[in-house]
Ligand binder design. Structure first.
Ligand SMILES: [Zn+2]
Length: 422
């Protein structure tokens, strides 16, 4: 359990610089699972730097250049230390160019295999929390948000979906190059590439929404995501405007353990569609992450309840809205099932990062706050939280201060009771 303020993952990311944009060119051969890539990072030094660190897991790195000059680099595990030919001045903008190739493999560890992974017929990326270095060199800390251009060249028989707007698609003899732009500041773990034989199912409504799905699952997905446009309208009413231009759901042909969110995207397994809306709770959860987690991203993993507690509470709000069990009933049920937590959910420790109390007690905390300040102030506070910090990085201290400003009273004791410490 880390002391408050210290990073949970000190071996990820580098605080001495910020990446403003990533330009990634990926050439991917599906059957041998081989990636040849060229990455250009535009970064800003936060202090004078004679060296800095990138996260990249696996691959053979053939060249690293800083501002066009060859740079020395040394690799140890997923860490790559880069020594520019000349030190970088504090505040200087600099470009890092990395050429690398090899068989992308997920990052293993306490959260299983995460990152770039092969499907039976294609590939997917699901990176939370530390999988991004499985496919591109990055400053892998959640609060370091950047814009991206991602170009993927692969067999023309497959559809490529990347978190971002498709800006061009050029078909060659056998391969097609797809270029995507993600303009909104985005955390490395929320960038995703999906490659498969997908059909596309558009959904109606003012916010562009579509489902990419294997043909055999199209009818089931059509039923299971049928109420998503209503859900979108409900969440826009409660949380404010949807924070991205489009929402894309990908249903893979393989089973997945859990659905996972990416920027403007969510990925579900074949096992999460049954044609009977049996997983609608998860549809609501992933959509809610677009506000809480993706637009507002936690600056440190310690504050994970700001993602998961909020997405869980959104599930309950949708349940009530859609005629399922009401919020009061769900609060009673989960209050009895998760009556306390063996660890402070405001500082759960790396080992408990994705444990049920973070989700359920997190949601119960929000409900208790709602009870304390009343519906009107609570929902105004929630909408303003998502608006004021839109596309930013947030901490629990930010949320406590925000809630206090709306409540018009100190809430330190209230949050200490629910979150432990933060
Ligand atoms: Zn979640």
């Amino acid at each position: 359990m880390g002391a408050p303020g210290l990073s949970y993952l000190p071996d990820h990311g580098d605080e001495t610089y910020h990446v403003a944009r990533y330009d990634l060119r990926l050439d991917y051969k599906i059957v041998p699972n081989r990636l040849s890539a060229h990455a250009v990072l535009t970064a800003v030094a936060r202090r004078q730097l004679s060296r800095f660190t990138l996260d990249l897991s696996g691959f053979k790195v053939s060249a690293v250049r800083v501002d066009g000059r060859a740079a020395k680099f040394a690799r140890r595990g997923h860490r790559m230390t880069v020594k520019p030919a000349r030190p970088l001045a504090e505040g200087a903008e600099f470009a890092v160019e990395v050429r690398y190739s090899g068989n992308p493999r997920p990052v293993g560890g306490r959260w299983g295999d995460i990152g770039w992974d092969e499907l039976t017929d294609g590939a997917l990326v699901a990176s939370q929390p530390i999988g991004a270095p499985s496919w591109f060199p990055c400053n892998d800390r959640p609060g370091d948000k950047a814009s991206y251009t991602v170009a993927v060249t692969t067999s023309s028989a497959y559809r490529v979906l990347v978190t971002g707007d498709l800006v061009s698609r050029q078909a060659g003899a056998s391969a097609t190059t797809w270029v995507f732009q993600r303009r909104e500041p985005t955390s490395t773990y929320l960038m995703s590439v999906q490659i498969g034989r997908y059909d596309e199912l558009p959904l109606p409504g003012p916010v562009a929404q579509r489902v990419a799905v294997p043909r055999r699952l199209r009818d089931k997905a059509s039923a299971d995501f049928g109420r998503q446009p209503e859900m979108m309208a409900c969440f826009e009413r409660l949380f404010g405007p949807y924070p991205f231009g489009e929402y894309v759901v990908v249903v893979t042909d393989d089973d997945l353990e859990d659905p996972i969110e990416a920027q403007g995207m969510a990925i579900f397994g074949a096992n999460h569609v049954d044609g009977r809306c049996g997983f609608e709770r998860l549809v609501a959860h992933e959509l809610a992450h677009q506000w809480f987690g993706n637009s507002l991203t936690i600056a440190r993993w310690q504050d994970i309840w700001l993602n998961e507690g909020f997405a869980t509470y959104a599930e309950w709000l949708w349940s009530q809205e859609s005629g399922g069990p009401g919020v009061a009933e769900l609060v009673r049920e989960w209050g009895a099932r998760v009556p306390g937590s063996a660890f402070p959910i405001g500082d759960p420790g790396v080992a408990h990062l994705f444990d049920p109390p973070v989700y359920k007690r997190g949601a119960l905390t929000l409900h208790a706050l709602r009870g304390r300040v009343g519906d009107e102030r609570f929902f105004a506070m929630l909408r303003s939280w998502a608006t004021v910090w839109r596309h930013g990085a947030v901490t629990t201290a930010d949320f406590v201060a925000h809630a206090e400003a709306h409540a018009g009273e100190p809430l330190g004791g209230f949050f200490a009771e629910w979150l432990g410490r933060w």
